[in-house]
Design a binder for this molecule. Structure first.
Ligand code: PGA
Length: 253
């Protein structure tokens, strides 16, 4: 079975003290996550080291950066490199979140470079894709997401793409309280898997974890995660509340 993953995306939220309390709270309620499961906390960059210390004695719990730059070092004020992440023992990074694409103009090509550099440094990219509402309204979501995959991931080798985690996040469902139905999620996840299969073969496609993101809550996680091609979630708002995120972790297959 594919690895099932509950990934928290804290975005630009929480003070250090709040972050520590939240992590303590979640970790004490989830000491046995299970063999085939992972919990990943994508925390603000300034909390990566502290979060890593907190998870030091856990198993199957990891910390992720929310973003990384496409170069290993140099004159790029304010940016964070894969080399730096590696040096503080951070092994995951969210790449191409829709907020990065929208507010920071990150293009598919730029994201391809970021994915590539992550893999060079053995950092697992959690690659986000997904369409905005106008695209879905004209029923173009499959083609739109296919293009994101082709332009950002499909120049990878088969060996490389197997190391990527994909997160499908329909933009119209992010932070809106509006969730894609579990059937809509399944439909797109199956589409993504088919596209990967078309390019790399079914065995490769079958091994890749595809997470759903967009208003996942304790109350809908079981239904969404229960779908055959949904391998967990990337969770924003509900990951900031222990009483929401703990049941989401427990809803993993
Ligand atoms: P949300 O955010 O759960 O608050 O909708 C998900 C995300 O942006 O990763």
């Amino acid at each position: 079975m594919r690895t099932q993953i509950a990934a928290a995306n804290w975005k630009m939220n929480l003070t250090l003290q709040e972050a520590q309390t939240l992590l303590d709270n979640i970790l004490k309620q989830t000491d046995n996550i299970g063999e085939n499961r992972k919990v990943i906390f994508a925390v603000p960059a300034c909390y990566l080291t502290v979060a890593n210390e907190k998870i030091a004695n856990t198993s199957n719990v990891f910390v992720a950066a929310q973003n990384v730059y496409s170069k290993k070092s140099g004159a790029f004020t304010g940016e964070l490199s894969v080399t730096m992440l590696k040096s503080i023992n951070v092994n995951y990074a969210v790449i191409g979140h829709s907020e990065r694409r929208e507010y920071f103009n990150e293009s598919n090509q730029f994201l391809a470079d970021k994915v590539k550099i992550c893999l060079e440094e053995n950092i697992t990219p959690i690659f986000c894709c997904g369409e905005a509402l106008p695209v879905r309204e004209v029923n173009q979501q499959n083609d739109f997401v296919t293009r994101q995959l082709e332009e950002s991931l499909f120049s990878l080798s088969a060996e490389e793409i197997q190391k990527v985690i994909i997160a499908y996040e329909p933009i119209w469902a992010i932070g809106t309280g509006k969730t894609a139905s579990s059937d809509q999620a399944q439909e797109m996840h199956a589409h993504i898997r088919t596209q990967i299969g078309r390019k790399y073969g079914e065995a490769v496609a079958d091994g890749i974890s595809i997470l759903y993101g967009g208003s996942v809550k304790a109350s809908n996680a079981k239904d969404i995660f229960g779908k055959p091609d949904v391998d967990g979630g990337l969770v924003g708002g509900s990951s900031l509340i222990a009483d929401e995120f703990v049941p989401i972790i427990k809803a993993l297959k």
